[in-house]
Design a protein around this ligand. Structure first.
Ligand code: BG6
Length: 473
């Protein structure tokens, strides 16, 4: 094990939902890959024993990908459990004892942000903060002021380089592929600017509702839940300048510079929606004005991107679960073959989920006697299975001390600055039918650029059904 590698993994919130859905499967996969061989200490205040934690782990794995018996047995032998209240010093004393001779632990705070302060302080007072790293979950604050306050609390006990802020979108293979495809090829870069691109749009659609997380959603809403973090990080990966190196800081510098150049949102650039029935969800107020859908129009004030609108729509209870980016190129300068318009015919389509697709929308000649075209897509890449789940990737990186895929404080604050002016009820919330594409007002936002792209439009079955005639003579 090299010096930078953590020699213990302690996770707070071990009996919680996130551990059940994401962390146990990630830990088993890490053990199976041979990158997790150190003690794993779960901490929670559920009055459990370590055997109960192991049983919970088994249930989690049965539901999320299955048990790999050899890896599971090994993980079970690495697991410890510390029970106690996060504000009780005895919890940290017991944790310190369980850590034994570990000198460089990684603490993962899979707990509500209101507990970050007490836990950071508890760790410091028990002498557990030195040489340690801490991974914190999103949401990192609920606006700029609270993110700054949270940061101040963490910085009292941990230096910035020891703080790893998770945005699981950055751990997605498809998101890393955006950077790779942009900067490991020659063909794209000369076209990737305001001269050739007319606009970029992102749809992050989920066909399900709030899935019993009504109470959480009431505190968040779509803008806080996914736009401030996942979507703006995605914008940064799509639009940042080439980093000057592949170590964490040049990459994070380039991303931070881009996010800092995003203009603050104003009410005219935002449409909020709420699906019908949301107010009857458990934990939701009968008069709630929290959004379950948001569409925004952004501008990035840099030389490369001046006046190129970026449209983002994200929401729950939409017709499909998919995340797709469409970058539309400007039309050719003249219609040489007399066709009415070429506008919007060339695009780069990046499908990030459920599968990974990179496709270049191109016009080719329809076979036959006339110079008439047909749109086709050249598929640069399609992959159905992701190599590593985001949490597996991110936890492995944090154990190694590699912060490249974690958000730095200035990025997080810059992202809050973008959305801060439109949080809450600054704009009205419009009702929309479940399984529709959100309120009609969202269409007006993008009308000047030809409307929203439907992620269902490029499903293979749909393409076959709309295949044009082969000849036209
Ligand atoms: C989470 C949000 O951060 O991301 C959820 O809190 C959302 O509301 C989820 O459903 C989407 O992530 P993924 O990886 O399933 O697309």
């Amino acid at each position: 094990m090299n010096e930078a590698h953590a020699d213990a993994l302690v996770f707070f919130g071990a009996t919680g939902d996130l551990a059940y859905k994401q962390i146990f499967p990630a830990l088993q996969a890490m053990v199976a890959r041979g990158v997790l061989e150190v003690p794993v200490i779960g901490v929670a205040r559920s009055g459990w024993t370590v055997d109960q934690l192991r049983a919970r782990m088994a249930d989690s794995l049965r539901e999320h990908g299955g048990i790999d018996q050899a890896a599971f047995d090994k993980l079970s032998s690495l697991v410890h459990y510390v029970d106690g209240d996060y504000s009780d010093p005895a919890t940290f004393t017991q944790m310190r004892e369980t850590l034994g001779s570990a000198k460089r632990p990684l603490y993962y705070l899979a707990i509500p942000p209101s507990m970050f302060g007490p836990v950071a302080e508890g760790l410091a007072k028990a002498g557990c903060a030195a040489n340690a790293r801490v991974v914190v979950e999103k949401p990192f604050g609920r606006d700029l002021a609270s993110a700054q306050a949270l940061n101040k609390i963490l910085h009292e006990h941990f230096p910035e380089e020891a703080i790893f802020r998770i945005d699981h979108y950055l751990g997605k293979e498809a998101v890393q592929n955006i950077l790779y495809t942009r900067f490991a090829n020659t063909w794209l870069e000369p076209l990737w600017n305001r001269t050739y691109l007319s606009h970029i749009q992102i749809t992050m659609a989920e066909s399900f509702g709030v899935q019993g997380r009504g109470k959480f959603y009431e505190e968040a809403g779509t803008i806080r839940d996914v736009i401030q973090n996942h979507m703006l990080q995605l914008v940064a990966c799509l639009m940042m300048e080439p980093p000057t190196g592949s170590t964490p800081e040049p990459v994070r510098d380039a991303k931070a510079t881009l996010i800092k150049a995003i203009r603050e949102l104003c009410p005219e650039d935002v449409v909020r929606g709420q699906f019908q029935g949301y107010r009857s969800e458990q934990g939701v107020a009968a008069t709630s004005t929290v959004e379950t859908f948001a569409a925004v129009r952004l501008f990035v004030d840099t030389w490369r991107w001046a006046d190129v609108p970026i449209y983002i729509r994200a929401g729950k209870a939409l017709p499909v679960t998919a995340c797709e980016v469409l970058a539309t190129f400007r039309c050719p300068p003249r219609s040489v073959f007399g066709e009415p318009t070429y506008d919007g015919m060339n695009h780069l389509r990046l499908r990030l989920s459920p599968e990974l697709v990179i496709a270049l929308g191109t016009q080719v000649k329809k076979p036959g006697g006339t110079m008439a075209g047909v749109p086709v897509e050249l598929e640069v890449m399609r992959r159905d299975r992701l190599a590593m789940a985001p949490y597996e990737r991110l936890l492995s990186d944090a154990m190694h001390g590699d912060a490249t895929l974690f958000a730095r404080q200035d990025e997080v604050e810059a992202a809050w600055e973008v959305v801060d002016p439109i949080l809450g009820d600054v704009t009205p919330v419009h009702e929309y039918a479940q399984q529709s594409w959100g309120p009609a007002e969202a269409n007006a936002l993008i009308a000047a650029d030809g409307g929203w792209h439907d992620p269902l439009a490029h499903e293979p079955a749909v393409q076959e059904a709309t295949e044009p005639e082969a000849t036209t003579a």
